[in-house]
Design a protein around this ligand. Structure first.
Ligand code: SF4
Length: 316
């Protein structure tokens, strides 16, 4: 995950809950990709360190377990950048230029000059991040599958040119609950349409107040169409067995949208409160520093072993 902003509900439902369950089945590596953040934030990198710390605090708060999984920061394991250099040398430029997510990121990330040598090569760094642990599977969303294909192509090219060191990792696609952003677009830091895990009840209330509802509803007594309302989608996830009541009152014009949003803000804040308490715990007294130190040591042991094999294969 790139530390370029707060961790939000989109991350929680789209990735983190899945990551937590994968810990039972796999030996997992979870990395804060601060070099990837630097690739887009290089003109003003001041906040990367803060977001890195907070990102890890959120991961631990929601249930990633540093005993079970290796949790670390990319720049703490220098082997990633060395393997990146080696892969950069053997990756043909057209492979990068045709990568659909590269073009999408250029469109999505506003206000940054991303037409750089480094940014074009960020899928190569991703390949190094994955292959340095000889990963056999990567949990990705559908939009990330082309990146992973590129990783497989790089692995094949290396294996063919020198020595078969790398497995070809497979995507681990999982269906996750669909949670749109507050403005009905994909929830994203770039669109600033998210609810952060750390948002206070006041902030949540304010954000929910601005959500778009069923536009056909003008007066309170007008029957609502919850299936066309993003506020109702959120209720579905957070209101538990009271969802039937919300639906019934909406359809029969017995619940105003303002009151409906107040209720949503309340259940959302109740949902976030236990995570926020744990987050505070992890942010106190350098606890995160210890977790990351251990994680980096564990990661480095594996990464250094792979890199030694790579150097032997390329005879340098
Ligand atoms: Fe949406 Fe609630 Fe208004 Fe119905 S009452 S339209 S669910 S905000």
């Amino acid at each position: 995950m790139r530390p370029t902003g707060p961790i939000h509900l989109g991350h929680l439902f789209g990735a983190l809950f899945n990551w937590i369950s994968l810990q039972q089945e796999y030996r997992c590596y979870y990395m804060v990709a601060d070099w990837h953040a630097f690739m887009s934030e290089y003109e003003d990198p001041a906040l990367i360190g803060k977001y890195t710390r907070e990102c890890v605090a959120d991961w631990l708060a929601v249930g990633l377990d540093p005993e079970q999984s290796t949790i670390f920061v990319q720049s703490d394991v220098r082997e990633h950048t060395e393997l990146h250099l080696i892969f950069s040398t053997l990756t043909p430029l057209p492979w990068l230029e045709r990568c659909p997510t590269y073009k999408e990121q250029l469109r999505e990330i506003k206000g940054r000059n991303l037409l750089t040598y480094g940014f074009l090569g960020y899928p190569v760094l991703q390949a190094a991040d994955i292959l340095i642990y000889k990963a056999t599977a990567v949990p990705v969303g559908r939009d990330q599958v082309p990146h992973l294909e590129l990783t497989r192509e790089i692995a094949r090219r290396f294996n063919g040119l020198y020595y078969p060191i790398f497995p070809e990792p497979q995507p681990l696609l999982t269906e996750s609950a669909k949670l749109l952003g507050l403005d009905n677009r994909k929830m994203s830091k770039s669109y600033n349409n998210f609810i952060a895990l750390a948002d206070s009840p006041e902030v949540v209330r304010e954000k929910v107040r601005g959500m778009i509802t069923d536009t056909r509803r003008i007066r309170l007594k007008d029957p609502g169409h919850p299936e066309d309302c993003n506020v109702f989608n959120y209720h579905r996830l957070f209101s538990g067995d009271r969802i039937g009541e919300v639906e019934d009152w909406c359809r029969n014009g017995r619940l105003g949208c303002t009151e409906c949003k107040v209720r949503l803000a309340r259940v959302l804040s109740d949902f976030l409160a236990p995570f926020q308490a744990k987050r505070e715990y992890w942010l106190r007294d350098n606890r995160i520093k210890e977790v990351l130190k251990t994680g980096a040591e564990r990661a480095r042991t594996v990464a250094a072993g792979t890199l030694a094999q790579v150097r032997k294969a390329i005879k340098i």
